[in-house]
Design a binder for this molecule. Structure first.
Ligand code: FVH
Length: 292
């Protein structure tokens, strides 16, 4: 018997399996396409030639595939063998997919935990990897907490199986916006033969770190619904500032398509009567139910 089974040996699945091996756990691995397990086998992993054998080989199965349809395609053919087993699904998906996967598991008497990996493969096994978990089977989760810690920081966020996924996608929404802004900034700076590496290291990164310090302030305002408390920068000023950024971008032939929707949101909030709001006030414009 192994301590843990890993199904799916893509870039992430291999990193997960390797973290267990490095910690001294016995690991059984399986992948649809043969050959991807060779490095892991040479490091001590046990090869399973079928999903059925892989799952039988340990009390805990970690699955990390491309998407949820792939997870179902792998698990459905052996669903009768999964009864009373614990499955932790680390595949990225949507909250609705996680909830229906959990419902599927409940009717088959499977302990299902949904995971959201907030890390890239090289960070797996370090404290810099944060992994979110949620699911109705909190007891099963607690039973395996120590082993799950091998992959990174463990954050159990609640019994709603869709919550890990929701928070994962929300955090990636933030990262997408930030990286989009970073790419825009670098594109602008590069039009003047700026040393982009130096610009990034000595100016952009410290500036963004300072701005990140405002996140708790925004959170406080969103919780209270008062976007005018201790305002750092009013929307009326931000609107002028963003218009300048967009004008200067166009002047150096840089498209403003990443910034235009933000200008539209800010201006809509101002037009709605809230020019003195902090930037966080635009969250009211993002709430679609308000418009119904
Ligand atoms: N890599 C990353 O940086 C991100 C970090 C955050 C979390 N994601 C998610 O992790 C899932 C797996 O990502 P990955 O990087 O390992 O992806 P690939 O290297 O492309 O490997 C995909 C594996 O999925 C297997 N697979 C795909 N379809 C099927 C199927 N129908 N049946 C069985 N297995 C399937 C594939 O197998 P094969 O092509 O080698 O046979 C790979 O093992 C993903 O949700 C990320 O969003 C990673």
């Amino acid at each position: 018997m192994s301590d843990v089974t890993v199904l799916g040996l893509g870039t992430m699945g291999q990193a997960l399996a390797r973290a267990f091996l490095k910690t001294g756990y016995k690991v059984t691995v399986w992948n649809r396409t043969v050959g991807k397990d060779e490095a892991l086998i040479s490091e001590g992993a046990i090869r399973a030639t079928s999903v059925y054998d892989a799952v039988q080989d340990s009390p805990l199965t970690i699955i990390c595939l491309l998407d949820y349809p792939a997870v179902l395609a792998v698990l459905e053919p052996i669903e009768h063998e999964l009864s009373q087993r614990v499955i932790v699904n680390m595949t990225t998906g949507r909250p609705d997919e996680a909830r229906s996967m959990s419902a599927w598991a409940v009717t088959r008497n499977i302990d299902y935990i949904d995971g959201g990996i907030m890390a890239v493969p090289p960070l797996i096994g370090t404290e810099m990897a944060i992994i979110l978990y949620s699911g109705i089977t909190e007891n099963a989760f607690e039973k395996h907490r120590a082993l799950l810690k091998t992959m990174g920081q463990v954050r159990y966020v609640g019994t709603d199986p869709g919550l890990a996924s929701l928070l994962d996608l929300a955090m990636n929404a933030a990262a997408t916006g930030m990286v989009g802004g970073v790419i825009h900034a670098m594109t602008m700076a590069a039009t003047e033969k700026t040393d982009i590496v130096d610009f990034s290291n000595s100016l952009l990164t410290p500036y963004l770190n300072a701005i990140a310090g405002l996140i708790p302030h925004f959170a406080q305002q969103i919780v209270s619904g008062d976007y005018t408390a201790n305002v750092v920068s009013q929307l009326s000023q931000m609107s002028i500032g963003l218009a300048n950024i967009r004008r200067a971008s166009r002047d150096v032939n840089v498209s403003t398509e990443l910034l235009d929707p933000i200008q539209a949101l800010i201006d809509r909030r101002i037009a709605a009567g809230f020019p003195s709001d902090e930037f966080s006030g635009v969250c009211e414009e993002l709430k679609l139910s308000k418009k119904k």
